[in-house]
Design a protein around this ligand. Structure first.
Ligand code: MLT
Length: 410
């Protein structure tokens, strides 16, 4: 009889967004006429921009021609895309990268989920709380945690982020090995300053830790003082791996393209104390388990880096950030306390009257027919909070705010 990976049994019922989908399906079955507005999962609604569509079309035509047809590409991604990424996203910020330090992939969810494979099972993991569930769940699956007790996994360092500490995680009081940071943050929509990030880089250097830095929302940063990459912080190229995605930047949630930066200077130790570059391990992992992002998709992503592409995606980001403003101002006008939404497409709100997060989820769905995400789905410190996304279309966003103002009994 085959034995299963018992670590999977430690995980609570279902992945957060699957649980939300189930509740919405049940609600729809009961109230088929209800016009539901979805501000739950952070999925984009604007179509791919003209430059991207043009890039995709041209690549499709190339695939139809024996002279330009492509089969397997490099597992790490094509240089035509990697060179543009470096030249546009990093060089102007003073970050030096080589092409073999950037790995193109089919999405940041896969990369942030898979990265833990290159680390030993005995590493201690630190996560901010609340947190994007993928970081934690994938470490549970790998056996890097204990059991789930009272809403928390044993052997994990939770770093609470709440209104009291302005959503700035404190450095751990115990020694941790792997640190997940998401900046700008999903779910709280808050950010960390250069000074705060420097504290983490210094901590990692002093403790031999690795920072797994998820920058999927960097395009939403409006404040010119805020860093977009961890590598803007001195010394980060020795201790950090960075994840970037085209999903939220350029509408690629369904198209799938992202990249991960693993500088060759980031090292980790064997049990015997020998130092190895993580770049080599990630390259080995990707070349073994991944056959590369499709050529067509990478050509679509490359088009983002043309002048037209850059202008178009800026317009789309502004559109969503205007939604964020509409939501934030609307909620505040009826006395709700909100956070984030200024440098990120998420608004994090304090549930009214001490209501618990799932209770508020049900209330919003029942009274206003709006789907959001309960804070507690992101971790114990999310209790009493709720997330709304700015990725809806403008009409729905305006309508949702109107419904919250007029239909919700507070
Ligand atoms: C979210 O809603 O948190 C995101 O859509 C999840 C993701 O990007 O996978």
């Amino acid at each position: 009889m085959a034995l299963l990976n018992e670590n999977y049994l430690k995980l609570p019922g279902s992945y957060l967004f699957a649980e939300i989908a189930k509740r919405v399906t049940n609600f729809k079955a009961e109230f088929p006429e209800a016009n539901i507005i979805r501000l739950g999962i952070g999925d984009v609604t604007k179509p791919l921009t003209p430059a991207v569509i043009d890039g995709l079309h041209k690549a499709v035509d190339e695939m139809a021609n024996p002279e330009t047809f492509r089969g397997y590409g490099p597992e790490q991604g094509y240089n035509f895309l990697i060179e543009k990424i470096i030249a546009t996203d990093y060089t102007p910020r003073g970050v030096k990268l080589e092409v073999d330090e950037v790995f193109v992939s089919d999405g940041s969810k896969s990369d942030v989920g898979n990265i833990q494979e290159i680390f030993g099972v005995n590493n201690r993991v630190a996560i901010t709380d609340p947190v994007y569930p993928v970081y934690l769940d994938t470490n549970v699956m790998a056996g890097r945690t204990g059991d789930f007790i009272n809403g928390m996994f044993e052997n994990v360092t939770y770093l609470p982020c709440n209104a009291e500490n302005k959503f700035i995680p404190a450095l751990p009081t115990e020694k941790v090995d792997l640190i997940y940071l998401c900046v700008p943050n999903n779910p709280t929509g808050t950010t960390l300053s250069r000074t705060e990030l420097k504290k983490w880089v210094d901590y990692a250097k002093a403790n031999g830790s690795i920072i797994l830095f998820d920058a999927a929302y960097e395009a939403y940063i409006q404040d010119p003082e805020l860093p977009h990459s961890i590598y803007e912080i001195e010394g980060a190229n020795e201790v950090a791996i960075e994840f970037r995605s085209f999903s939220k930047t350029a509408g690629f949630t369904g198209t799938r393209c992202a990249f991960t930066v693993v500088p060759k200077t980031v090292m980790a130790l064997t049990a015997a104390g020998e130092s190895h570059p993580l770049n080599k391990l990630w390259n080995r992992r990707q070349t073994t388990k991944f056959n590369g992002t499709p050529y067509i998709i990478q050509k679509g992503a490359e088009a983002i880096y043309t002048p037209e592409g850059q202008a178009e995606i800026k317009t789309v980001v502004s559109y969503y950030m205007d939604n964020a403003r509409i939501i934030k101002e609307g909620l505040e006008s009826i006395g709700l306390e909100t956070f984030g939404g200024e440098n990120a497409p998420y608004i994090w709100l304090k549930t009214p009257n001490g209501m618990d997060s799932w209770e508020f989820f049900d209330k919003l769905l029942n009274e206003a027919h709006i789907v959001g995400t309960p804070g507690t789905g992101f971790g114990p410190s999310g209790q009493g909070y709720f997330r709304l996304t700015a990725f809806g279309n403008k009409e729905n966003t305006l309508e949702a705010v109107e419904r919250i103002k007029t239909r919700l009994s507070l």
